[in-house]
Design a protein around this ligand. Structure first.
Ligand code: BYC
Length: 329
């Protein structure tokens, strides 16, 4: 035993040590313990969380664009104030999420640069245009509704900083969903023209919203490991089904028709929907959606125009540090 230990190389020792730590790590995850930034974690766990949390952050920031487009055109002061607050909330979510991602060791600057270079993804849904005021209602009702369905389980994600950030995010998303539903309710109880506008928004957003949950389970490359690590608690298809089941009765209440005439309930009460056009999803992910180029151009412009703010904040922080150090000396 002793001779065997002496005969192993440094690499073998590290592998044995890593295997032991990986076992302890998985046991902690299995016991529903939270993993914190300074805890040991497998490199692949760190990588997949950095990927998912940063993509989530990018989605919040890019997600400000389609709605921000309507702040100046909101129909009343009350609607304008609510929309302004919602868009500011999305910005806040992006900032908590970048902070959570940074605890894994990659700086916010590096993460943002990857998005601006088109190398990191953000949610497919934000590559669709907001053509009328009803689209703001549809985004709140459906996009935030889908986001909540996906994010409530993330409050129990194994990684502490991500799980904690999600609690506040979900509370705010819940308000966003209600403001969107209320816009849809007002329009669907309004004139024929307003009702038609609400229906058109539902027609255009329904299928892209179903794609938000990600590829079907059989094509989801990260699901197995993310489920084992309790980053994911439900599969893409399970969450998509939960969302459809919750949304059908809301559409019925609004008097609107989901653009899927073949939809019916199975014996267990689940709504069975038609096939999703995954070719469209893949095209959007490849950068060929209706607004991909506009969204990236808008983010790059905002980033360039904001450089002076980042420089000023950095200089101020350095001067403050020097002043505090001088006072302490
Ligand atoms: N869009 O193996 P899979 C919001 C990618 S913002 C683009 O199933 P995973 C809001 C996926 O990244 C809400 N890409 O992946 C903001 C992977 O590619 P990579 C945003 C997608 O990670 C403003 C590949 O496809 N929510 O609510 O196991 C206003 C294979 O997928 C999409 C989040 O980010 C997509 N829809 O599962 C209003 C939630 N779907 O990375 C509202 C956090 C998949 O290998 N994220 N891909 O290049 C997640 O829960 C998971 O990452 C997903 C995908 C369920 C999205």
């Amino acid at each position: 035993m002793y001779t065997q230990a002496l005969n192993t190389s440094d690499t073998d020792d590290r592998n044995i040590e890593d295997a032991a730590r990986a076992g302890q790590f998985q046991a902690r995850v299995d016991a529903d313990e939270r993993i914190e930034p300074n805890d040991w974690m497998p490199a692949a766990y760190r990588k997949t969380l950095t990927r998912q949390i940063s993509q989530h952050a990018h989605s919040e920031i890019v997600g400000m664009l389609p709605e921000g487009n309507w702040i100046t055109r909101a129909p009343t002061l009350r609607r304008k104030a609510a929309l302004l607050a919602k868009v500011q909330d999305e910005c806040g979510h992006g900032l908590y999420l970048y902070a959570a991602a940074e605890t894994l060791g990659t700086s916010r600057e590096e993460l943002v640069d990857l998005m601006l270079a088109g190398k990191a993804k953000y949610s497919s849904i934000f590559n669709y245009p907001t053509l009328t005021w009803a689209d703001i209602g549809a985004i709140g009702w459906l996009v935030d509704g889908a986001a909540i369905m996906n994010q409530i389980p993330l409050c129990r994600c194994s990684y502490g900083p991500y799980a904690r950030a999600m609690i506040r995010v979900c509370k705010e998303e819940s308000f966003h969903q209600r403001q969107g539903f209320e816009i849809m309710l007002t329009l669907s109880r309004g004139s024929e023209e307003q009702k038609a506008m609400a229906q058109s928004a539902l027609d255009r957003w329904w299928w892209p919203v179903l794609m938000m949950f990600g590829p079907p389970d059989k094509a989801s490359q990260h699901s197995d490991t993310s489920t084992k690590w309790k980053i994911k608690r439900f599969s893409n298809d399970e969450l998509r089904q939960k969302f459809v089941d919750a949304t059908v009765s809301q559409a019925q209440f609004l008097g609107l028709t989901i653009p899927d005439p073949g939809m019916k309930q199975d014996e267990a009460g689940h709504w069975v929907y038609s096939a999703i056009d995954w070719n469209e999803f893949n095209q959007v992910l490849a950068g060929n959606g209706p607004c991909n180029r506009d969204r990236l151009a808008a983010r790059r412009k905002a980033h360039d125009e904001g450089a002076w703010v980042r420089e000023a904040a950095q200089t101020f922080a350095e001067k403050r540090k020097q002043r505090l150090a001088a006072q302490a000396a």
